[in-house]
Design a protein around this ligand. Structure first.
Ligand SMILES: Cc1cc2nc3c(=O)[nH]c(=O)nc-3n(C[C@H](O)[C@H](O)[C@H](O)COP(=O)(O)O)c2cc1C
Length: 130
């Protein structure tokens, strides 16, 4: 999990895919944080992405860095605890102008099950599950 967090942070931007009915949806994301032994991402409840995750928590992330790419496929769960949101905001001070733990909008999800695959053109893919 630490290796996944490090890759995503170093990549800076990853792409989060959700499903809306039978239509895939994808957008750039950047937030990633390990809290309480789990890998979290952050969004806002007002966003379509949030509504899609609540309707269908199966998502996939893809990021690319230095000739290698990472895909994380799994299922998200919301964590409504204030401390989980605050930990994320502490990791991203730049978000604190837009979000706060008590604003009723900030939302964090953790991967309740995930299969992460590190790939490159150089060798065989490596998979970790958490
Ligand atoms: C580099 C980059 C990183 C972003 N990171 C996040 C993020 O971590 N969380 C988030 O909610 N939105 C983030 N956004 C904004 C979303 O991509 C944007 O709000 C998008 O429209 C949300 O998807 P939706 O329109 O399907 O709801 C980021 C945008 C960019 C360009």
């Amino acid at each position: 999990m630490q290796r996944v967090e490090k890759f995503l942070k170093e990549a800076g931007t990853y792409y989060l895919a959700t499903v809306e009915g039978d239509q895939p949806r994808v957008r750039p994301f950047g937030t990633v944080n390990i809290f309480d032994g789990k890998l979290y991402i952050q969004t806002g409840k007002v966003k379509e992405v949030s509504k899609q995750i609540h309707a269908n928590p199966k998502v996939e992330i893809c990021a690319f860095k230095d000739g290698a790419w990472l895909r994380v496929a799994g299922e998200l769960a919301e964590d409504d605890r204030r401390e989980a949101k605050q930990s994320m905001l502490d990791a991203y001070p730049s978000l604190q102008g837009m979000y706060s733990a008590d604003d009723g909008n900030t939302e964090v999800f953790y991967f309740k099950s995930a299969k992460a695959t590190f790939s490159s053109f150089m060798g065989a893919p490596e998979t970790v599950e958490f």
